[in-house]
Design a protein around this ligand. Structure first.
Ligand code: P6P
Length: 340
């Protein structure tokens, strides 16, 4: 009896097949993507056991965001730093969980890539067993040699060479793009391999869903309020109403919208005047992915990938998903602003 219905394409085989399209490729980026897949498998195993080995609950510390750091946050962060740092492929790393840049460990060569990651996004969902995720972003270094610098990680999102996320949901999926389409792999825990399950993902031009935390409605500006009322179906002459789906985990909300079509918004408001999400290791990688799947990502007006980051943990408003829906929000924002 065949073990699998279709051809067995592991993530390693797929990445190598993609690499072959570039004769001058050295294979370093391919190996880096595979390193992330290894990190994801380790984190996934820990999450799967979370309820059993009392790893739930707080690690007793708080992270640079001032958030309660869960033990799995710490484990995921340490795992990725350990896996990525001991490869000779990166010159510097940056993480949501670390205030400062993370250097390559002593004695290890500094490679040509700068890597940023949110090791466990949505971690407040851990204790309620809702989906959480890992997000990563990869740039070619700007600096010439030695330990990487802030300039290597503060590059505009359009300069990414690859980006991806891992979603620890009902199944574990790794979705990435290296600029040649967006591809999804599902972890087969029986063999411990990511297998190609969603080749060339494309996000529908118009979405079924809108995802936003409506409890912030009173704190939004008028343009945001009007755009969301459009998603409620209050502006039928402009846009068809949508279904509301909001899990409170960026990776899970984004992934559903990528597959089914939809828009995710985390707008600026009077409490988070620059938005809540982070530009460098949340908005930029997700924007790179969505654009390569035919979608769009803005801060409400500006293309996310055009924004020049000024600080590692800077926040941004985020409107991301089906291109027609993102354009609708930008139109409403512009009109409302023009009304004064
Ligand atoms: P709120 C999780 O904490 C996170 O960073 C994202 O994953 C998620 O989209 C957002 O914050 C949820 O924020 O304020 O709606 O709980």
């Amino acid at each position: 009896m065949a073990l699998y219905n279709g051809p067995l394409v592991t993530i390693e085989r797929f990445i190598l097949e993609q690499e072959r399209q570039f004769p001058d490729a050295t294979g370093e980026l391919s190996n880096l993507l595979y390193d992330f897949a290894l990190g994801a498998k380790i984190v996934a195993a820990a999450i799967r056991r979370a309820g059993l080995v009392d790893i739930l609950g707080s690690a007793g510390a708080t992270n640079v965001q001032g958030e309660d750091q869960k033990k799995l946050d710490v484990l995921a962060n340490e795992t990725l730093k350990n896996v990525m740092g001991h490869t000779g492929r990166v010159c510097v790393m940056a993480s949501e969980e670390d205030e400062e840049l993370i250097p390559v460990p002593p004695g290890w060569p500094q490679g040509k890539y700068a890597v940023l990651f949110d090791p466990l996004d949505g971690s407040s969902n851990i204790d309620v067993n809702a989906a959480v995720g890992t997000i990563f972003s990869i740039y070619r270094r700007n600096s010439m040699e030695g330990q990487g610098t802030l300039a290597d990680v503060l590059q505009a999102g359009a300069r990414q060479v690859a980006a991806g996320y891992v979603m620890y949901g009902s199944s574990v999926m790794l979705v990435y793009t290296a600029g040649q389409g967006v591809h999804g792999f599902t972890l087969d825990p029986t063999v411990g391999e990511f297998l190609l399950s969603h080749e060339n993902l494309r996000i529908p031009e118009v979405g079924m869903y809108y995802s936003v935390n409506e409890s912030n409605f009173a704190r939004w500006n008028r343009g945001t309020q009007k755009a969301v009322r459009g998603f409620h179906g209050d502006l039928p002459e402009r846009i068809e109403g949508k279904n509301s789906r909001y899990i409170g985990s960026l990776v899970a909300d984004f992934h559903r919208n990528l597959i089914a079509g939809g828009i995710f918004m985390y707008p600026a408001d009077t409490k988070n005047v620059n938005g809540k999400l982070r530009l460098t290791y949340e908005a930029n990688p997700m924007a790179f992915i969505v654009e390569h799947a035919g979608g769009a990502a803005t801060d409400g007006r500006r293309r996310i990938l055009d924004i020049q980051p000024e600080a590692l943990h800077q926040r941004t408003a985020l409107v991301i998903g089906s291109i027609r829906d993102v354009e609708f929000v930008a139109q409403i924002m512009a009109e409302t602003e023009a009304e004064g």
